[in-house]
Ligand binder design. Sequence first.
Ligand code: ADP
Length: 396
Amino acid sequence: MNILIINAGSSSLKYQLMDPDTGVVSAKGLCERIGIDGRLNHSANGKKVVKDIPMPTHSEAITATLNILVDPVDGVIKSTDEIDAVGHRVLHGGMEFFASCIIDDAVIAAIEKCIPLGPLHNPANLMGIRACQAVMPTTPQVAVFDTAFHMTMPPKAYRYAIPTEYYKNDSIRRYGFHGTSHKYVTKRAIELMGTKDIKIVNCHLGNGSSLSAVKDGKCQDTSMGLTPLAGVPMGTRSGDLDAAVVQFIMNKYGMSADECLNMLNKKSGVLAVSGVSSDFRDIEENANAGNADCELALEKFAYEVRKYIGSYAAALGGLDVLVFTAGVGENSATMRARICQDLEYLGVKIDAEKNNTRGKEAIISADDSKVTVWVIPTNEELMIAQDTAELVKAAN
Ligand code: ADP
């Protein structure tokens, strides 16, 4: 089977052609500068090509993608008929979507309804969907939501303690993000442990970071909220904050709410604390060279992640498996060690030698650790491809 995976942003569109059974990616690329001029970056057959192609809208980007996929030299298929289905990444499913689903008019209307919750991403995701529908009208399209995996949270986890009218009238509640990644690593952890009957805390630590608490394969709580701003500090996001800080800064510096939120999303997190970079590699390098602010940024990040692990162990009533994934989680042995430091009371004991690993599935806990600690590289595209294939097969 060939599944085309589409991740459409406001001026870009990423794609991969993947076999959902093997996870093999035969081609992938990025259309960028959509609406400006247009450039296609394509990798296939061990070769990279860059082409300037006018892309006034997402439709031209999809057409350029399909053209290069069937190109006799740079392509990997003979005809677009060989694409069995398209899986679209959609940011916000609001309270409308609890799982991935085949796209029809009702689904499009429901994604539109979620635009107030994902004002930047959902319109772009819809442009990608509509463009695909226009150029490949008979190919099934599936929507895979970043929020869906977290929809099993109980009300005590997802309701905010603010007046009910905001929940009832405006759907203001915790949703959580990175759901496709949390779903993938949960699925792998269950496969690797050979049982679903486990309490898992997943740590997706990248440029954006979030944790999830999972019991019997179902999400019970997650650190991001209505938007991806909540939870642990991230590359440039503040994470959890006393809301009164917003009022104070707005009043003192004459900032609008949008300006203040922009500062919290783009100029905060480890970038702000380190004063150097949002990239953990740069921060680690500078901390090793003696930069105290970089050391504080790493300490603060590890401390906040550790606090979430402790609170989720309490929420789940125990902990069997701790998973590290995404750029930092998969690659930074020192950050994993910092986070797990002093977690022995919880049954988490890292083996320094086993922890010296990157980018591959591995147990990093000591043999006598009560909690099994895994590094599991995430694969959101494979999850999207598998969900898409499953839904399309079931519909036939
Ligand atoms: P995104 O949220 O953009 O998908 P990623 O999951 O790709 O982010 O993670 C990016 C982060 O991972 C960057 O901050 C990068 O510095 C960090 N990272 C990647 N490799 C390493 C490494 N070897 N050591 C420390 N951090 C790393």
